[in-house]
Design a protein around this ligand. Structure first.
Ligand code: SF4
Length: 360
């Protein structure tokens, strides 16, 4: 049954969404691709080359839900976040916010979109100007996105968003400079700054990876609470598959610029259907595992994205690679209940992927 959220949101100059069905994605991405040209001085003479950073990505983000993109460094997951935040222009593909295709580069439509789709960066310190106070950063966002608000109303809103991220009383934090706060407090401020724009979508790019282990859980719990209370569609980008299992409703796995597995987070992280996802799980720290007997076999490095492998991009590292894996890219195979994987091992409908080999 279709239920509706009651959020009232202005999306673009020509659209007002008063009630958006909860079973429709707030942000929908189809065929998103980004190629970065490589400068000739790095390659010498010869044909122009590109880095195939993101290839043909489909993604859907729903109100009140957390969707994770999991992948190692250089897999393209942060580029996806920057494409969705309009920091990069896609090479091809379509992004639709509340069902409307987005083609904004500047002006009022751009400001409206970036107000709706806010990015939280990995390094909170690097995202603040060190010579300005926290109040300066928050008031600036509030003013840009609410030009009709007076000074008193802006300060009231600032206190509200600081309270939402558990930084109260506001004046204890607002007059400080970024370097006077702890890493966890700075990340809370960067979340407050995103909330100040009153977004519908939050893109959290490795939001806890630069924080002490002891405070990571608090930030993840805060993001989950905000997604629920504000009915936010939250994209959680991480290299840590264990945190995605704990935190996300839906998970997708990215390898060499492509999404290779996706579905309910529980299924993706507990019954991985793609050998690369198995490798990620086996490589994650697990206090219950006997490392002396379960060390995973070394299978080499990820491929160059300037000249990615033909067929399945994982085939040079995959112990199960077959002949067709070298030439034909696998399509999405349905594993049931919304779980899918791009791996030829599922072509015959086999129930499970063989287990990744361990060192002798
Ligand atoms: Fe391995 Fe082939 Fe599956 Fe790719 S498609 S993961 S190479 S078995």
């Amino acid at each position: 049954m279709t239920t509706e959220n009651s959020r009232i949101t202005n999306v673009g100059a020509d659209m007002t969404v008063e009630a958006w069905p909860s079973n429709e994605p707030v942000l929908k991405v189809r065929g998103l691709t980004k190629h970065f040209p490589v400068r000739r001085r790095f390659l010498g003479r010869g044909p122009k080359k590109v880095v195939h950073a993101v290839e043909n990505v489909d993604l859907e983000l729903y109100a009140g839900q957390v969707t994770a993109i999991i992948g190692e460094s250089g897999s393209g997951k942060s580029t996806v976040a920057r494409l969705l935040a309009q920091l990069y222009v896609p090479t091809s593909g379509e992004i639709a916010l509340y069902g409307k295709p987005v083609h904004v580069k500047h002006g009022k439509a751009f400001r409206t979109y970036v107000g709706q789709v806010q990015l939280i960066l990995q390094d909170p310190f690097g995202s603040f100007n060190p010579v300005h106070t926290i109040a300066y950063h928050l008031r600036r966002v509030l003013r840009i996105h609410n030009p009709s608000l007076g000074l008193k109303a802006i300060d009231d809103r600032m206190a509200e968003v600081l309270k939402e991220v558990n930084l109260a009383p506001a004046n204890q934090f607002s007059e400080k400079y970024p370097h006077e706060l702890s890493g966890g407090q700075r990340q809370r401020i960067s979340i407050a700054r995103a909330l100040a724009a009153n977004p519908s979508v939050l893109l959290a790019d490795e939001p806890v990876s630069m924080l002490d282990v002891s405070i990571r859980l608090g930030i993840l719990n805060l993001l989950e609470k905000l997604a629920t209370e504000r009915n936010l569609a939250l994209l959680y980008i991480t290299h840590d598959i264990a945190s995605a299992r704990y935190f996300a409703t839906t998970a997708t796995v990215m390898y060499a610029g492509e999404l290779i597995e996706g579905g309910p987070a529980e299924a993706v992280t507990q019954q991985a259907g793609h050998p690369y996802t198995q490798l990620l799980i086996a490589s994650a720290p697990d206090p219950d595992r006997d490392e002396s007997v379960e060390r995973i076999k070394d299978i080499g490095q990820p491929p160059s994205l300037i000249d990615p492998p033909a067929g399945c991009r994982f085939h040079p590292r995959c112990p199960f690679a077959m002949e067709k894996c070298h030439t034909e890219a696998p399509p999405k195979f349905d594993l049931g209940d919304g779980h899918w994987a791009r791996c030829w091992l599922h072509e015959s409908g086999a129930a499970a992927t063989p287990m990744f080999p361990k060192e002798e």
